[in-house]
Design a protein around this ligand. Structure first.
Ligand SMILES: CC(=O)N[C@H]1[C@@H](OP(=O)(O)OP(=O)(O)OC[C@H]2O[C@@H](n3ccc(=O)[nH]c3=O)[C@H](O)[C@@H]2O)O[C@H](CO)[C@@H](O)[C@@H]1O[C@H](C)C(=O)N[C@@H](C)C(=O)N[C@H](CCC(=O)O)C(=O)O
Ligand SMILES: Nc1ncnc2c1ncn2[C@@H]1O[C@H](COP(=O)(O)OP(=O)(O)OP(=O)(O)O)[C@@H](O)[C@H]1O
Ligand SMILES: N[C@H](CCC[C@H](N)C(=O)O)C(=O)O
Ligand SMILES: [Mg+2]
Length: 487
């Protein structure tokens, strides 16, 4: 694409010279290390470094033009804009030919349940013979191709490229987790969502958003950018969550409410949660069907309702939806059992917020025939305010709590554990900094009928210590210890 074509959406920018207008742009890039010939490079002033410092390197590697927030002494055109991130979202959208207009795009936001809802939807649409794409915490998936990702919701440039690739591969429906960071940092600008789903809002990420109000405001941006009813846009909202009212007022799209406690459009009635699964009557706009889930926990009924509402809204029948829901066996690292034939239960779960930890502990408490032991920690360089709360929840619900490390990152593991235990008595918990030893200890203590919950890391296959990621998988560790014990 010619530089001039790409720049047409930017108003009031430094004009390029006539002879520069025809420069061919073949790639867009924001990381100098990845620049190739004929790249347009965006200088982003980040949290760690300033991308403007890498413009020269980008030129040396083949960049033919630069988008920056200030003039730079380079021999290639430097187009100065007030906000490179904003410009990047716009230009990427044009470069990749507005890919989200060619897909059904369903965005899911909320503190907990995003990965779960996107995966439930993925299953439903696949069963309906649609080719799907998925962008989220665990990976990006285009059909069956899996691409590793760093962020739950990538930067706009990466997003638009992925959506373009999805379209090229015949994807019809894309499911995306939309994090509050992404909304606040403008990563999803230019995405044309058909449907936006809200799961819930409970304390997390206060290190970044500072207050719950700001956190909700960030989440609400998904609904304010949705478009309106007449374009077929739809907001699917958990009416049992106190934030629902504010979100409903943020959008002019059609609203579908779901929940269990109020009169809503999509409802679960007669819910029965057992250790073997969950059953309920799914009522959608007055039409109802019985559903028997293999998924466990009341929170998964909420996730199922959100997914059912979105699937129904996009034309699938209740029978189709029921068929898929009943086949779902689970999502990696979400209430995932580790079984080596032992006479007690080991569950690995991604609960890393106060609300999710409480929910999942309540669930295991209900089923435990004997004692509940929990192994849990809190991430370093993340919201410290959740540490004492998670500490209190763990000892409140579990018979034995083992506090341990969960991605300490650049913090001292002992300092994180001190925050978690500050308000507790020493006889209420064990503290074993090394996560492997903590899991070993919990499993060695287990009696028949016990449940051991290993919380916080779920599907993660690493422990982040300092800036390094070392291979670590709760499921592998638990499996190895169990095998030794069972032999
Ligand atoms: C706070 C935050 O969001 N940081 C994100 C941000 O990093 P940053 O600002 O530190 O970037 P930087 O390293 O300063 O680099 C600035 C620019 O220089 C460029 N650069 C850098 C080095 C170089 O040699 N050459 C070069 O060109 C970089 O490519 C970049 O364009 O931009 C990066 C690229 O997009 C992101 O990967 C990174 O996410 C980090 C890893 C992160 O941990 N983010 C978390 C807080 C986050 O976003 N989490 C949410 C999920 C939250 C949830 O659970 O709900 C998410 O969506 O992932
Ligand atoms: N609807 C829900 N309400 C409360 N807790 C939930 C819900 N769904 C899942 N959980 C709990 O939260 C954990 C994380 O779930 P999931 O990965 O689906 O959330 P997420 O929103 O994608 O999280 P992240 O922000 O880390 O991407 C699960 O392991 C479970 O313990
Ligand atoms: N998306 C979340 C995941 C947290 C997972 C937990 N294991 C941790 O490292 O705190 C975050 O980056 O805050
Ligand atoms: Mg997720």
């Amino acid at each position: 694409m010619k530089l001039i074509e790409l720049l047409q959406d930017l108003r009031g920018i430094t004009p390029v010279k006539k002879e520069e207008e025809l420069i061919q742009i073949e790639h867009l890039e924001m990381d100098s290390r990845l620049v190739e010939n004929n790249t347009l490079f965006f200088c982003i002033n980040g949290y760690t470094v300033d991308g403007h410092d890498f413009a020269k390197m980008a030129q040396e590697k083949g960049a033919v033009a630069i988008i920056a927030e200030r003039p730079l002494p380079l021999s290639i055109p430097v187009i100065v804009v007030p906000d490179t991130k904003r410009a990047m979202a716009k230009l990427a959208n044009r470069f990749y030919d507005e890919p989200t207009k060619k897909l059904q795009l369903i965005g899911v936001t909320g503190t907990n349940g995003k990965t779960s809802v996107t995966h439930i939807l993925d299953q439903i649409f696949r069963d309906a013979n649609q080719k799907t794409g998925l962008i989220g915490t665990m990976y990006t998936k285009i059909g069956d191709e899996v691409i590793e990702t760093k962020n739950t919701t990538p930067e706009s440039l990466v997003l638009q490229q992925r959506f373009h690739s999805m379209h090229e591969h015949g994807v019809e429906t894309a499911l995306m987790e939309v994090s509050s960071h992404a909304l606040h940092l403008g990563r999803v600008r230019g995405c044309d969502f058909n449907t936006a789903i809200f799961t819930n809002l409970t304390p997390d990420h206060i290190d970044y958003h500072e207050t719950m109000d700001h956190y909700l405001y960030a989440k609400s941006l998904l609904f304010s950018q949705l478009g309106n009813t007449y374009e077929g846009k739809c907001a699917i909202i958990n009416a049992d969550d106190p934030a629902s009212d504010r979100l409903i007022h943020m959008t002019t799209a059609d609203i579908i409410t779901y929940g269990m406690k109020k009169k809503v459009d999509v409802q679960a009635k007669d819910v029965k949660v057992t250790a073997a699964g969950t059953s309920f009557k799914l009522v959608v706009f007055g039409e109802s069907i019985h559903v028997q889930l293999k998924l466990i926990g009341l929170f998964n009924v909420y996730n199922t309702l959100a997914a059912a509402a979105a699937a129904y809204n996009s034309g699938l029948t209740l029978k189709q939806i029921k068929g898929s829901l009943e086949q779902l066996t689970g999502i990696a690292g979400r209430f995932e059992p580790v079984d080596a034939g032992q006479d007690f239960t080991v569950i690995v779960d991604y609960a890393h917020t106060p609300d999710s930890l409480e929910n999942v502990l309540q669930t295991v408490q209900e089923f435990a025939e004997n004692q509940v032991r929990v192994v849990v920690g809190c991430g370093g360089d993340r919201d410290a305010s959740k540490r004492p709360v998670m500490g209190r929840i763990a000892v409140q619900y579990a018979d034995e709590t083992i506090f341990t490390s969960d991605n300490p990152r650049t913090e001292e593991p002992s300092a994180i554990l001190a925050d978690m235990t500050a308000a507790l008595d020493q006889d209420q918990y064990q503290m074993i900094e090394d996560r492997k030893l903590a899991i070993e200890y919990a499993i060695k203590q287990a009696q028949p009928g016990d449940i051991i919950l290993i919380a916080g890391k779920g599907h993660e296959t690493y422990q982040e210590i300092g800036r390094e990621r070392i291979h670590f998988d709760d499921r592998e560790v638990a499996q190895a210890v169990l095998k030794e014990r069972v032999q």
